[in-house]
Design a protein around this ligand. Structure first.
Ligand code: 8YV
Length: 329
């Protein structure tokens, strides 16, 4: 019996060694060993030749690119949960299946959300900068005061897996849990988290001490926190974004932080990554991280494993469990 030809898998970024090795064993895998982000031209060549493309958030897989795909491209197995960089409609129109890696980065991303809440409320980065600059002159009763978390209200925008994992952690810190979502979560989950559902995002925003953005970026959530909505926040509020930069109008947020119209922000994501609004870079009341919400060794291995299972399932003729459907977003 003739051996089935191994599918050509093109991986756009450097993945953990163990994942790359397994991909080499299972597939005809083309890796990106020096980890340079692929140029538009390299991406075009990839979709022209690959049977399966494994992109990440740093690749723009838009309609124009998908229209250049060869007929052999049947699967885009994204390394990551968010798929806002992939035009799902265009992929479907070309008969290309898209998969992602949900579930395995929930806890890590929730940890980082909590870390950002703490860092922003308790001025961690500012304190660190002070010590490193050799400017710390010793303990003083009124210096570096932040805000207590216990007893405050946290409003979570997007109560999916990550939002709920944030809520569980936040509850342990004594925060009361509020959330806005397309629909309320299961009553049992709501009871367990002692969570209050706000159908009206506007209503929730005006009343919260901390806002955490954990929803996916979709056409519906693009600039969900626009200038008008940001204007509803209390001047003592802090905002944390671990989702996608495009959910928040960054320019307005920067201006409001500058004018102290809100107290602080903790950002892991930006509207035009890796570019960060220069205004933000100058401000002390914002904690800035380089999109590292899910960046753990274990998480990256789990993500890679999921990508492999998705590809294997697909090439064996089955529907991958993590198939992404447009209506999910
Ligand atoms: C990933 C993320 O590391 O999964 C996501 O949606 O935002 C990140 O945590 C990145 O997307 C990898 O493609």
């Amino acid at each position: 019996m003739a051996e089935r030809k191994k599918p050509l898998i093109i991986v756009t970024r450097k993945l953990p060694d163990a994942i790359e090795t397994r991909m080499m064993e299972l597939f005809n895998a083309r890796l990106n060993l020096d980890d340079h982000p692929l140029s538009r031209d390299e991406l075009r060549q990839a979709v022209e030749t690959a049977d399966v493309l494994v992109p990440t958030v740093t690749d723009t897989i838009d309609e124009a690119l998908i229209s250049q795909a060869g007929p052999q491209l049947k699967l885009i197995a994204n390394f990551g949960n968010g798929v806002d960089h992939i035009d799902l409609r265009a992929a479907r129109a070309r008969g290309i299946t898209v998969t992602n890696t949900p579930g395995v980065l929930t806890e890590d991303t929730a940890d980082m959300t909590m870390a950002l809440i703490l860092a922003t409320a308790r001025r961690l980065s500012e304190g660190e900068r002070l010590v490193r600059a050799g400017q710390w002159t010793g303990w003083a009763p009124t210096v570096m005061l932040g805000a207590r978390l216990a007893g405050k209200r946290l409003g979570i925008i997007g109560m999916g897996r990550i939002g709920q994992a944030v809520a569980r952690r936040a509850k342990a810190f004594g925060l009361s849990i509020h959330y806005h979502n397309r629909k309320s979560v299961h009553p049992q989950v709501e009871a367990e988290l002692d969570a209050t559902y706000w159908e009206s995002l506007d209503q929730m925003l005006t009343r919260m001490d901390i806002i955490a953005v954990t929803c996916p970026r979709t056409p519906a959530t693009y600039h969900l926190l626009n200038a008008r909505r940001l204007g509803l926040l209390k001047s003592s509020a802090i905002l944390v974004n671990i989702s996608r930069g495009q959910v928040v109008e960054e320019e307005t947020l920067a201006r409001m932080l500058q004018m102290k119209e809100i107290a602080g922000a903790g950002l892991d994501v930006y509207e035009d990554e890796p570019n960060v609004n220069p205004k933000l870079l100058k401000l002390d009341n914002v904690v800035l991280l380089p999109h590292m919400g899910s960046a753990t060794i274990e998480g990256r291995l789990d993500m890679g494993e999921k990508v492999i299972v998705n590809i294997k399932t697909f090439v064996d003729g089955h529907t991958p469990r993590d198939r992404v459907l447009e209506m999910m977003f």
